[in-house]
Design a protein around this ligand. Structure first.
Ligand SMILES: *[C@@H]1O[C@H](CO)[C@@H](O)[C@H](O)[C@H]1NC(C)=O
Ligand SMILES: *[C@@H]1O[C@H](CO)[C@@H](O)[C@H](O)[C@H]1NC(C)=O
Ligand SMILES: *[C@@H]1O[C@H](CO)[C@@H](O)[C@H](O)[C@H]1NC(C)=O
Ligand SMILES: *[C@@H]1O[C@H](CO)[C@@H](O)[C@H](O)[C@H]1NC(C)=O
Ligand SMILES: *[C@@H]1O[C@H](CO)[C@@H](O)[C@H](O)[C@H]1NC(C)=O
Ligand SMILES: *[C@@H]1O[C@H](CO)[C@@H](O)[C@H](O)[C@H]1NC(C)=O
Ligand SMILES: *[C@@H]1O[C@H](CO)[C@@H](O)[C@H](O)[C@H]1NC(C)=O
Ligand SMILES: *[C@@H]1O[C@H](CO)[C@@H](O)[C@H](O)[C@H]1NC(C)=O
Ligand SMILES: *[C@@H]1O[C@H](CO)[C@@H](O)[C@H](O)[C@H]1NC(C)=O
Ligand SMILES: *[C@@H]1O[C@H](CO)[C@@H](O)[C@H](O)[C@H]1NC(C)=O
Ligand SMILES: *[C@@H]1O[C@H](CO)[C@@H](O)[C@H](O)[C@H]1NC(C)=O
Length: 478
């Protein structure tokens, strides 16, 4: 009695493995190109399905519980038979060229927790039956050609933690329910064609850490419900058409490390509450219509490494407290209406690699303390009203690759030490009041512009060939 039970269990197991095997053989038959012959040589009926490459089985039942065919260069379609792999927990076919639409039979994979169809060529709509995959935790559909709207049924999957639908052609508005998925931790919808507003977050959602809506066609003000996201770490809404003032609840997301609002139409000033975001390491506000002076609250964000304020309407002088941001590696203040001299505090930021001050109304001299910034690779002072001579301090910045001083009122001669900046690939000195007092001949092959009205070198010339011309040529380091 017991023995016959064991025998029938064994028979059942073999039969059920056969179900898995035949489903995978249909999949193999629908693969039209297998560039490395991975499946062609390995998935053979002579061997047990659980030993096939990419296949992992449940140790008890010997049923296929994971299929990983990622990065195999496969071309093909997904057959409905895949829905028979009823023990499947993880299905990863990332980075292949599977195409067509998704068969509804996949909704039978009721144990599925991880699904990655990322970087394939699937098209059609994201089917609403996906809402039936009630154990799903990771849903990665990025990098395909999915069209249509995001099915609201996805919001029914209370176990979902990561939803990544980025790099598709999804349109329509974002279903408001999607932000209320019970366990949602990360949602990435970047690079689609979604429109309408960012939905409000209706209730406390302490699981949610990452929201990425970059590069869509979203508009309207941001919802004032960020107080429901106490654990938000990364918020990226750049390259949309959002407008209006920042909602005050945004400054309650005290764990924010990354905030990108760039390339929208946001207005208003940066309030002192920004100082509540003391864990920020990256802040991107460029290309908006922000105005007013820089609030001192910003200088409480002393973990900042990247600060991009370019192309707004900021005014006033830059407070010396900028020197509190000692971890800054990139500071972009260009294309605003900043005025006054370079704040002395800035020279405490000795981790700076990129400092862009172009196209403002800065005045005064180039302080010799510029030489404290010894790891600078890019420095732009152009299109301001700086005056005086080029400080010799500058030649301590011997990692400089790009040096832009054009369109100021610099005077004196261009010191020949500029040739010590051996890593320079771009040097722009034109439209200043330099004296052309150096008449060394330019080295051949000189590719500079002999136009007598300009004083500059040409991009990408190796430094030892750097030539500047103004009335007569000025060359260095030869
Ligand atoms: C198929 O691939 C698996 C994993 O690489 C390997 O262990 C197995 O021996 C291969 N089987 C055949 C028949 O080549
Ligand atoms: C799936 O396969 C890829 C490529 O071989 C590998 O990098 C990845 O770690 C595998 N994933 C899992 C969950 O086994
Ligand atoms: C598997 O799935 C296909 C298509 O969904 C179906 O025709 C077939 O009968 C199923 N069962 C087995 C045992 O293959
Ligand atoms: C897919 O993998 C190939 C080979 O590993 C790689 O060259 C390609 O960049 C990958 N594509 C994507 C979109 O990741
Ligand atoms: C699911 O997503 C989480 C968070 O991104 C990740 O750590 C985990 O490795 C993913 N699991 C699988 C099987 O892809
Ligand atoms: C979510 O599930 C409920 C009950 O299972 C169902 O009535 C509802 O239509 C589903 N919602 C969506 C958007 O599919
Ligand atoms: C979504 O997928 C893209 C492409 O692989 C990746 O760069 C991005 O980090 C993913 N987003 C999340 C939130 O994991
Ligand atoms: C939100 O949830 C967290 C963790 O569950 C809790 O500490 C916090 O008090 C809640 N906040 C609100 C406003 O309900
Ligand atoms: C983006 O939305 C605006 C209106 O808000 C519309 O005029 C425009 O056509 C949309 N662009 C795309 C690419 O959908
Ligand atoms: C900023 O933090 C202070 C002190 O923690 C708090 O009183 C204030 O309400 C916060 N402001 C905002 C907008 O969250
Ligand atoms: C900047 O640092 C100085 C000196 O440590 C400190 O007194 C000041 O309060 C700081 N400013 C801000 C806005 O944190």
């Amino acid at each position: 009695m017991v023995e016959s039970y064991i025998v029938s269990l064994a028979v059942a197991t073999v039969l059920e493995s056969n179900i898995d095997q035949s489903a995978l053989l249909v999949l193999k038959a629908q693969i039209s190109y297998d560039p490395h012959n991975v499946l062609t040589n390995n998935w053979s009926t002579g061997t047990f399905v659980c030993s096939w490459v990419g296949v992992t089985c449940d140790s008890g039942y010997q049923r296929v519980d994971a299929l990983n065919l990622s990065y195999m260069g496969l071309v093909g379609t997904i057959p409905p038979h895949m829905g028979n792999l009823s023990f499947l927990v993880s299905l990863n076919i990332e980075n292949n060229s599977f195409h067509g639409s998704l068969p509804e039979e996949l909704s039978h994979l009721y144990k599925l927790q991880h699904l990655s169809f990322g970087f394939n060529n699937f098209n059609g709509e994201i089917p609403s039956w996906m809402g039936l995959l009630s154990k799903l935790q990771n849903l990665s559909m990025y990098g395909n050609s999915f069209t249509g709207t995001i099915p609201p049924s996805l919001s029914n999957i209370s176990s979902l933690q990561v939803v990544n639908l980025s790099y598709n052609r999804l349109s329509g508005s974002i279903p408001s329910s999607i932000f209320n998925i019970y366990n949602l931790q990360e949602i990435d919808l970047r690079d689609n064609m979604l429109s309408g507003p960012m939905p409000s977050i209706i209730s406390n959602k302490s699981s949610l850490q990452v929201i990425n809506l970059r590069s869509n066609n979203l508009s309207g003000p941001l919802p004032d419900t960020f107080d429901h996201l106490p654990y938000l770490q990364r918020l990226r809404v750049s390259y949309n058409q959002f407008y209006g003032q920042l909602p005050s609840t945004l400054f309650k997301c005290k764990r924010l490390q990354y905030l990108s609002l760039a390339n929208n139409d946001f207005t208003g000033s940066i309030l002192s509450e920004i100082g509540n975001l003391s864990m920020l390491t990256e802040l991107y506000l460029y290309t908006n219509a922000f105005e007013g002076t820089i609030s001192s609250g910003l200088f409480k964000c002393n973990q900042l490494q990247s600060l991009w304020l370019s192309a707004n309407r900021f005014t006033g002088s830059v407070p010396s407290e900028i020197g509190n941001l000692t971890k800054l590696t990139e500071l972009y203040l260009d294309n605003n209406n900043f005025e006054g001299t370079i704040p002395f505090g800035l020279f405490k930021c000795n981790q700076l690699q990129i400092l862009w001050l172009s196209a403002n109304r800065f005045t005064g001299n180039m302080p010799s303390e510029i030489g404290n910034l010894t790891i600078l690779t890019e420095l732009s002072f152009d299109k301001n009203t700086f005056e005086g001579t080029i400080s010799s301090g500058l030649f301590k910045c011997n990692q400089l690759q790009r040096l832009w001083l054009s369109a100021n009122r610099f005077t004196g001669s261009v010191p020949s030490e500029i040739g010590n900046l051996t890593k320079l690939t771009e040097l722009f000195l034109d439209s200043n009041n330099f004296e052309g007092n150096n008449s060394q001949k330019c080295p051949t092959p000189y590719q500079g512009d002999d136009d007598a009205t300009t004083l500059y070198t040409i991009k990408k010339l190796p430094p030892h060939q750097a030539g500047v011309a103004r009335g007569h040529s000025l060359c260095f380091n030869q």
